[in-house]
Design a protein around this ligand. Structure first.
Ligand code: ADP
Ligand code: ADP
Length: 227
């Protein structure tokens, strides 16, 4: 059964076609990587999926709910669908632990404690819990940003080149860790990246985007991938 469904989504800026009738489906717990070079439409697609931008045509469905784009959502996005990009979006004067628990302010105290501890443990942030963002490396900050986004158990986590400011060894290590965490928690994830190696670290389920169109989707073993 499909869970997150993108149906014939197109986006035009002036006379520039950024997305051309893009369709794809995800099941709960799927980890999909969308790979494409710069300008292929990746960020546009994620912003539309997150409800942060209005498509020119087509529909986005999460379960039986249509993702519409009322004005307030265009600013804040949807709670169920969290988008993370390369700037870490942490509260600078709050510790790691406070950053992760902050989105849970309105939640039950016991739930908050359990969820924060679970994320700190899975993402191996225990030794950093009392540190401020500026005391962390870029990779550590990004892990905290991901933990913060995951604290409210979003239905879908969207990652837009989240590690483009890190070097490739750091990125590789974090991807390996995240793959474990996402698999353990059954998180549904879409990563967009220009880097095929990064994508393959996280998942075998690839979608190749070129000029706003899908040119291939499938298991990495079955695709013809040029280096
Ligand atoms: P990617 O994330 O793969 O680099 P984008 O989604 O950012 O691709 O861009 C896809 C195409 O749409 C590009 O040609 C880009 O110039 C164009 N585009 C993206 N955002 C805008 C915008 N706000 N206004 C005009 N053109 C845009
Ligand atoms: P939500 O959980 O509602 O998506 P966030 O917790 O990500 O929201 O952030 C709430 C608001 O605070 C957002 O507008 C976000 O951009 C802003 N914000 C987050 N981190 C910082 C920060 N370190 N400094 C300033 N603003 C921030």
């Amino acid at each position: 059964m499909s869970y997150f469904s993108i149906r014939s989504v197109s986006k035009t800026y002036g006379n520039q076609k950024a997305l051309k009738s893009f369709s794809t489906e995800l099941k709960k717990g799927d980890i999909l990587a969308i790979v494409g070079e710069s300008g292929s439409g990746k960020s546009t697609l994620l912003r539309i999926m997150a409800g942060l931008e209005v498509q020119t045509s087509g529909e986005v469905w999460l379960g039986d709910k249509k993702i519409e784009n009322p004005k307030e959502k265009l600013v804040a996005g949807y709670d169920e669908i969290k988008l993370i990009h390369q700037d870490y979006a942490l509260f600078p004067n709050s510790t790691v632990e406070e950053n992760i628990s902050r989105p849970l302010l309105s939640f039950d105290e016991k739930y908050t404690r359990n969820r924060v501890e679970e994320l700190i443990s899975l993402l191996r942030l225990g030794e950093l819990r009392d540190k401020l963002p500026r005391q962390l490396s870029g990779g550590q900050q990004q892990k905290v940003a991901i933990a913060k986004a995951m604290s409210v158990e979003p239905e879908i986590l969207l990652l837009d080149e989240p590690f483009s400011s890190l070097d490739s060894i750091q990125t590789r290590n974090i991807m390996d860790e995240l793959k474990e965490v996402f698999t353990a928690l059954g998180t549904t994830v879409i990563l967009v990246t220009h880097d095929l190696d990064d994508a393959l670290r996280l998942t075998d389920d690839l979608l190749i985007l070129k000029n706003g169109k899908i040119i291939q989707r499938g298991n990495s073993k079955d695709l013809c991938l040029s280096p």
